[in-house]
Each structure stands twice: as structure tokens, then as C-alpha cells.
Design a binder for this molecule. Structure first.
Ligand code: NDP
Ligand code: GDR
Length: 370
């Protein structure tokens, strides 16, 4: 039985990957951070009682900023494969916490690679590094492929650039099976609530149900190549099953503006919008509503730009070239954007319908910071 160790197992990708590897018969170990409240919502359905015999799913407390802890966990688990998904993954927040981001996202990768060397596992354990399309940053050429130059535009992307190159360097220097997956944006109903897609699908669901008035967003012109996380974790696994360690772009090859993602989400609940104005003055109004379940007033302003969400340096356009992953990995995404939006909207509408029932029964509905 193969053993995998996943950092970032409590995150969006960690949850989908753990599920996939368990289905494939792996013994799955994950590193979770200590938090003051439970933080395992996304993987609670995979829980196995540690008192039972022959369990195949186990969590270890740890942090990418603590070498001693990483060395101890790797020594105990002796994994065949490591998937390094742990990171401070929010681009905008990385401008507020640049040093921590560099430590966790950049040096954290070095700590894991060194743990393998220190333990003499550099020839046994394969390692996947969660690299990102944010490396391309300021547009040099499109579509972006494995050979497009990098120009990172945030502390997050600069930290990930270190992680990318240290992975390549350890592969070349020590013959390690260490690979980068350069993954373009991927989303799902499990996506963190402050990334733009989930922020939109949550807010649209609440607006349609009368639980929220308006959605405030930043740059509506940004273009992203959005895929589904479920497809992307399959690519991570395939990258580590090859004969030769290489780096791969994982993307759909289709790009869409944030504005169009907003329109598509509202369309899922039968609401058509008209966008008026530009830049920080842009707004969107309801022009029709065909869904009788949602009582929304025609002419209501439901979207507005708030410059507080603009980034000091923005990544305007991402569109990936997945030719290498298609030909060498045989990887093909199963979801397109409309299927992704449909699934995310269905999940959030269902969630907020339950909250509405609670509200109607006199319970307070939570406010959340976005
Ligand atoms: P999430 O933000 O959903 O999950 C990040 C995970 O990392 C969480 O489990 C988090 O723990 C954990 N984590 C954060 N800081 C540390 C730390 N110091 N030590 C250990 N663990 C830590 O990200 P995604 O699942 O979306 O992304 C997975 C990886 O892929 C990340 O590295 C991200 O940067 C990268 N990536 C993501 C893309 C995307 O579109 N989703 C695209 C390209 C790359 P906790 O739950 O406690 O916060
Ligand atoms: P990104 O994702 O920065 O691409 O990083 P995010 O969803 O945060 O932003 C995408 C684009 O939308 C614009 N935007 C807003 N973004 C947020 N979060 N909130 C807003 O209100 C808003 N309004 C407009 C942003 O400016 C940006 O252009 C994600 C993360 O998962 C990274 O970890 C990963 O490496 C990359 O994707 C690939």
C-alpha cells in the first residue's frame, strides 16, 4: 500500500486530493495546523477513528514554518509521495503578511525538501510542489506555457517563485523526483470564501434569497483561466506517476473576466444584470428576473466596485496552454466553466436556503468578513 503525506490537507485541494488518494487505495497522512476552533470541515467526512485497527487516514499536527516538526512527521510516515499544498494562498493578503508568506510558502518548501535529504529519503520519496500561474504575473506572452518567463506581482507569487526554483534545483542537484504543477485558478464548492469565485457565488445566493443587499468587488476586468479543483488534483497525482520528474502547466485554456463570472452566477438564479460605468465607479443593476422563487426588484443595484479590493500590483490576464499535460499526462478537464458555476451556485443556494430557514425561525444569521 502506497503512503502519501499531504501538507495543506484542510484546504480546498487537500480535501479533494485526500479523497482521490483514499479511493486509489493509498494510506493518507495529512498535516493540519493547530487552531482555536475545529478547522477540518472539508475533510470531516473522511475521518477514521484512530482507535480502530487498519485505518488509512491520519492527521498530524504541524506547520511548514517548523523544520523539527516536518522532519519528525516525515520520519514517522516514511511517505512514498509528498504533496506540498500547504501555503498562505491569498494573493491580496500576502501584501499584508509578506514575511509570513515568504516563510510558509517559500522556505516551507525548502524545509520539506531538506527533511527528505536529512532522512536519506531523497531517492525514495517523490514530491509535488503546488506552483501557480501567479508566477507569470505581468503578461509576457499568452497562452502561458512551461516555457513562458515568470514576472511575479505579489509577495505570494515571489515566495512561490522561490519554491518553484528550489524544487527544480533539488531535482537537478540531488536527483530527487521533485515536480512543479503550475496550476491555474481552480475552484469548487469547497473554495475558500474570500477568493473571488466563491465570494461571488455566496453573495449571489444570499442576494437572491434576500439575505444580502449588495456585492462589493475589486477589479472586474481581471481575466482568469478557471477550472474545477476535482480535475486539478487528478493532474497532481498523474504528475508523480510519470517515469521522469518534470514540471507541468495545468489549465483549461479558456479565460473569462470576473465581470462575466458575476453575470453567469446571477443567471443561475434567473437574474440578468446590466453593468454601467467603469473602474471604481462601475455598478450592476437587475434588468430581469425569471425565477419566481426569488423576489428581487427590477432596477436594484446589486454589484458595486470597492477600490479597497484593488491590489497594489495586479495580474491582468491568465490563460494557460495545457498541451504538455494533455499529451504527456493524458490529462483532460471534465468540467467547463458553466458546469463549475452551476455546481458552486447549487451548493451555495442550498446552504443559504438552510440559513434562511434558521433566520425565519428566529436564529441570527452570521455576518462574515470578506
Ligand atoms: P487553501 O488556502 O484552501 O488551503 C491552504 C492549506 O494550507 C490549508 O490547509 C491551510 O491550513 C494550510 N496552511 C496554511 N499555512 C500553513 C502553514 N504555515 N503550515 C502548514 N499548513 C499551512 O488553498 P488551495 O487548496 O486552494 O491551494 C492549495 C495549494 O495550491 C496552495 O499552496 C496554493 O497556493 C496553491 N495553488 C492554488 C491554486 C488555486 O487556484 N486553488 C492555483 C495554484 C496554486 P488552514 O486550513 O489551517 O488554514
Ligand atoms: P487569485 O484569486 O488572486 O487569482 O489567486 P482570487 O480569486 O483572489 O482573485 C482573482 C481575480 O479577481 C479579482 N477580484 C477579486 N478578488 C478577490 N479575492 N476579492 C474580490 O473582491 C475581487 N474583486 C476582483 C482579483 O483582483 C484577481 O484579479 C488564486 C489563489 O488560489 C492563489 O493561491 C493561486 O496561486 C492562484 O489563484 C492561481
Amino acid at each position: 500500500m502506497k503512503k502519501a503525506l499531504i501538507t495543506g490537507i484542510t484546504g480546498q485541494d487537500g480535501a479533494y486530493l485526500a479523497e482521490l488518494l483514499l479511493e486509489k487505495g493509498y494510506e493518507v497522512h495529512g498535516i493540519k495546523r493547530r487552531s482555536s476552533m475545529f478547522n477540518t470541515d472539508r475533510i470531516d467526512h473522511l475521518y477514521q477513528d484512530p482507535h480502530d485497527k487498519d485505518i488509512r487516514f491520519k492527521l498530524h499536527y504541524g506547520d511548514l514554518s517548523d523544520s523539527t516538526n516536518l522532519i519528525r512527521i516525515v520520519q514517522e510516515v516514511q511517505p512514498d509521495e509528498i504533496y506540498n499544498l500547504g501555503a498562505m494562498s491569498h494573493v491580496k493578503v500576502s501584501f499584508d503578511t509578506p514575511e509570513y508568506t515568504a516563510n510558509a510558502d517559500g522556505i516551507g518548501t525548502l524545509r520539506l525538501l531538506e527533511a527528505l535529504r536529512i532522512l536519506g529519503l531523497e531517492k525514495k520519496t517523490r514530491i509535488y510542489q503546488a506552483s501557480t500561474s501567479e508566477l507569470y504575473g505581468l503578461v509576457q506572452a499568452v497562452p502561458q506555457s512551461e516555457t513562458t518567463p515568470f514576472y511575479p506581482r505579489s509577495p505570494y507569487a515571489v515566495a512561490k517563485m522561490y519554491a518553484y526554483w528550489i524544487t527544480v534545483n533539488y531535482r537537478e542537484a540531488y536527483g530527487m523526483f521533485a515536480c512543479n504543477g503550475i496550476l491555474f485558478n481552480h475552484e469548487s464548492p469547497l473554495r475558500g470564501e474570500t477568493f473571488v469565485t466563491r465570494k461571488i457565488t455566496r453573495a449571489v445566493s444570499k442576494i437572491a434569497l434576500g439575505l444580502q443587499d449588495k456585492l462589493f468587488l475589486g477589479n472586474l476586468d481581471a481575466q482568469r483561466d478557471w477550472g474545477h479543483a476535482k480535475d486539478y488534483v487528478e493532474a497532481m497525482w498523474r504528475i508523480l506517476q510519470q517515469d521522469v520528474a518534470e514540471d507541468y502547466v495545468i489549465a483549461t485554456g479558456v479565460t473569462t473576466t470576473v465581470r462575466d463570472f458575476v453575470k453567469m452566477s446571477f443567471q443561475e438564479v434567473g437574474i440578468e444584470l446590466e453593468f454601467v460605468g467603469e473602474g471604481a465607479d462601475e455598478k450592476a443593476f437587475v434588468i430581469s428576473c425569471t425565477n419566481v422563487d426569488f423576489q428581487i426588484e427590477i432596477g436594484k443595484e446589486v454589484v458595486a466596485v470597492d477600490a479597497a479590493y484593488f491590489r497594489p500590483t495586479e495580474v491582468d490576464l491568465l490563460i494557460g496552454d495545457p498541451t504538455k499535460s494533455k499529451t504527456k499526462l493524458g490529462w483532460e478537464p471534465k468540467y467547463d466553466l458553466s458546469a463549475l458555476v452551476k455546481e458552486m451556485m447549487a451548493s451555495d443556494v442550498e446552504h443559504f436556503q438552510k440559513e434562511l430557514m434558521l433566520k425565519d425561525a428566529g436564529y441570527q444569521v452570521k455576518n462574515q468578513f470578506e
